[in-house]
Design a protein. Sequence first.
Length: 297
Amino acid sequence: MTAKELRQSLRRGSFVYPFLGIQLFAVVAMAAEFQLGHAAESSQYTGVLNLWLLWTSGPFWMVVSAICLLVIPLGGLVLMGQELEEGNHELLLLTKLDRWKVVIGKFITLWGLCALTFVSLLPYVVVRYLVGGIEWWHEAACAGTVLGVSAMISAGAIGASAFKRTGVRVAVLVLFLASMAVGCGAPLLGIGAQSGSCGWIYHFTALAAVGCYSLMGLALARSRLRLAVMAYEVQPSGMLIGLLVFAPFILGLVTALTVGWGGAVGLLGVALVAVRMDVTPKAPKWTPPPPPDLPAA
């Protein structure tokens, strides 16, 4: 699944043209930084998922953010539609692939394109560090922010692409981004304020935030691949959309009750709920199969 999607995506214009354009814009942005004498400001809150670092680190990281956080991830809005509209998902599920493998294969492809584009910019990062006098920890924090946020947005775009109408896809993606901004912001701000810096607890919370919302986006896409829903079951995609709505309140409440220290616990709990919310009902292994319904001789 990953090889199939990667082969198609590398030929798609939504990857080729941004990939070529970012190389040109990166050179121009880096030259502008050296011309203007821009230097990154040191801060005690230099850590992953601190979006303020990207906007205060000069034109170079602004260009990287625009391509890796917007242009390439938003191309995922068409990924699941290709499988659902043509009925390909039914054929895929008849093979050894399950629903998780289908959505994870698409996620690895989309996020891999973002990572590949970013890796191609590492020479410019090294030049900025050697020539521009940029702090290496500041550059590493910006790099981690780009990779982490692109993973969450890619998962959200894949989840939104599982809906048929374009307007619904945009609305679901906007809901996901709003939930992500508030749901990740509360625990990170809480632990940052309590610890006074971006230490290992902060970065563990940031890693939990990336995992939580990446799993929520993929679980939403997975729920749309259900071939049938039992009469007594609630629509799985509706439950996951409800989880996106209430997740910021849950995470904010957990952060407040733990005085900013337990935001990671709330993120891991929400991630577990998202994974277990759409479980395909299966009979226990000890249950005997039903007797064959053969016509009487």
